[in-house]
Design a protein around this ligand. Structure first.
Ligand SMILES: [Zn+2]
Ligand SMILES: [Zn+2]
Ligand SMILES: [Zn+2]
Ligand SMILES: [Zn+2]
Ligand SMILES: [Zn+2]
Length: 306
């Protein structure tokens, strides 16, 4: 049991995604709650359901103000501490012959992408699951279907090395450099950030969340890249890893800018996946921001003597 003193430690939980059972923390009463989530689209609801609840902990200082405290260690509810999951990279294409993520080992099991293969959840004030790879450490190659080679119609029978992934059957994630996690927004300075700035960031995040859901890939690579990147201009300051995620999406799209059959479909699938990965990251970061706002608002009331 990590929570030693129930009178001075308060657990903040974003309750909207409480689909995972999570043992000891259920006994601690959350006293500062994030606002109930707004009406969400099906896409966002699905993402919330797939995400373990965000848990942050405060302790009350001598002035009665809530200060951030160390998050209690907890087992990852997705892999139950086993560190492994069924390789989702393999699952996208039927039994690929090559998989840089699971390397076809352990019965096609790969590091769990919720906890970055650690088996325990990380401190969410510090870290977030990578928006470029959703914790998989690489991005699926849509050109060769993760085979590393492709057969060209009318060409030689022998498959050619895939020009998109260079035969690697997947693109290493340049956002997290394979670490699966990136730094959370306001990392290291979350205690100093003012309420107004948090609220502005939340508004920017919500705007991007809704814009991403309506993004349509047109199959015109240059235009698609430009229009996709334009959605992000307000958020790079607080979320520098999104800049890298957009750069990765551009690399992937350039790799698919080729006169192959059905290439528009592959381009569109790749964007859909980027949208899903980035939304997962944004939904998570918004939950963290909500709890930061809730803490500051509770402290303001204490200061006003209410
Ligand atoms: Zn896990
Ligand atoms: Zn695999
Ligand atoms: Zn994976
Ligand atoms: Zn490839
Ligand atoms: Zn990554």
């Amino acid at each position: 049991m990590m929570i030693r003193d129930p009178f001075t430690r308060i657990v903040l939980v974003a309750l909207s995604a409480a689909v995972f059972a999570f043992g000891s923390l259920a006994q601690a009463k959350p006293d500062v709650k994030a606002p109930p989530p707004k009406q969400q689209t099906k896409m966002i609801q699905d993402i919330e359901k797939s995400m373990p609840p965000v848990v942050l902990v405060t302790k009350v200082d001598s002035k009665g103000l809530k200060q951030w405290d160390k998050t209690p260690a907890r087992n990852c509810p997705a892999c139950k501490g086993s560190k492994l999951e069924k390789c989702q990279h393999c699952a996208v294409h039927e039994k690929p012959e090559k998989c840089p993520e699971c390397k076809l080992k352990n019965g096609r099991k790969a590091p769990c992408h919720y906890c970055a293969g650690k088996g325990r959840l990380f401190d969410e004030l510090e870290w977030a699951v990578c928006p470029g790879c959703n914790g998989h450490s690489l991005f699926i190659c849509y050109l060769c279907g993760n085979k590393g080679g492709i057969s060209i119609t009318g060409g030689s029978k022998k498959p050619q090395k895939c020009s998109s992934c260079k035969g690697e059957a997947g693109m290493p994630c340049k956002v997290c450099n394979g670490k699966r996690l990136v730094q959370s927004a306001f990392r290291g300075k979350v205690g100093q950030v003012k309420l107004a700035q948090l609220k502005q960031t939340k508004a920017d995040v919500e705007k991007l969340i809704s814009a991403l859901q309506t993004f349509q890939c047109k199959g015109q690579p240059r235009t698609d890249r430009k229009e996709f990147a334009a959605l992000f201009k307000d958020v790079y300051r607080e979320f520098p890893s999104l800049k890298k995620a957009v750069a990765l999406s551009e690399d992937v799209n350039k790799g698919l800018d080729a006169p192959y059959k059905d290439i528009e479909k592959q381009q569109s699938e790749a964007y859909k996946r980027f949208v899903r990965y980035i939304l997962y990251y944004l939904v998570h970061q918004e939950k963290v921001i909500d709890l930061c706002i809730a803490r500051l608002e509770a402290n303001e009331k204490v200061k006003e003597g209410k």
